[in-house]
Write a protein that binds this ligand. Sequence first.
Ligand code: SF4
Length: 433
Amino acid sequence: MTRQFSIVTLGCKTNQFESAAISEQLQKVGYRNVPFEEGPDLVIVNTCTVTAATDSQSRNLIRRAQRLNNKVRVVVTGCYAQVDAESLAALPGVALVIGNQEKEDFLHHLTDLDDDQARIAVSDISRAEQARPMALTSFEHRSRAFVQIQNGCDAFCSYCIIPYARGRSRSVALQEVVSQVGRLTESGHAEVVLTGIHIGNYGQDLVPATSLLELLRAIRSGTGVRRLRLGSVEPTEIPVELRAYIAENDWICPHYHIPLQAGDDDILKRMNRHYLTSFFADLLTDIRQRQPQAAIGLDLIVGFPGETEDSFERSLSLIRTLPATHLHVFPYSRRPGTPAADMPDQVPGHVAKERAARLRQLGEEKQRAFARTFIGQELEIVIEGGLHKGLRKGLSQNYLSVYLPEDQARIGECHKVKIEAAMGEGLLGSINN
Ligand code: SF4
């Protein structure tokens, strides 16, 4: 009887990439990937611990797997498993807890699942020195493929648990990344997204050292990739040479995802983030001048300890003036073990939520205004899975959702689309081949 498994993933693109690689490893040795709701005997939960909410979602998934099949063997991995293996191992149904380093050698650890006692395979990730690439030939059920180029982070922003869950910054070898992008392009993915925990640091730990810019050049000369998108890059790690290269190369999506986190210099200092709002504003002005049609998305945390109504208002008015096109807003989440967790002046949850709602509203206004500038123009989109109100959904190079009649296109295809109207924060169009 074919062994069945299901893998559920929380969190970032790096976790999504690792889950896709684990799924491919299991299928190569004869397992069959089935939907979670079918209650297979083996369930892998790839957890996230960036907020208290993701911890609770991880625990809920483990409980649901057990309710769906009381003989289930749950393997828990990911960042929550890395920082709190004991409490996860104690949950009913959990047979094995695997750390983020051990994840790279998943099959090797997948033994003795029938022991009564849950087993823990989690090493001290702060000692990890290399990022061993997890090979992937295709990104199942997705038209856009993610490629992990780097792992870990050395920044230790005061609110962030990730350096404790992912270890120090380490890069995948340049040729490994080029081969990985090549494999996914050859298997038909029209777009590849470069991801990691801190990709702006790419290559600094390699011998000889290299950079994100050199990696892009190597991908250009070594693969036939059609569209490449960058994951989030820290504001201090987008030098003018990189901005110029992106602006000159239309195979790189004109889409910047840049964490600002707060629009107030005192709060940035308390967050242990090393730039001023004036530097950030100059960076965005330069990007906008080089690429008038580029999407610029900002990460923002509201309700950070010490944030007053005044400092929030300063943040809001700065962001209103910035040429950003959309905002990813997160209420601050207290993470035990981080410096910010012990800071005075913690902001009440309801205040953080209310401020997040105001900032998200500004984000929606910016997104709608940006989208409307493309009515009457042509955009190239990649068709993604699923239907939205009976319409196919595609993603443009500059990160706009474009909807078109279902019968006009299939998932994974790339099309030039004439934009006819606005639709919510997205656009409505028809194929213009
Ligand atoms: S740069 Fe800061 S926010 Fe990002 S992963 Fe590193 S510590 Fe966390």
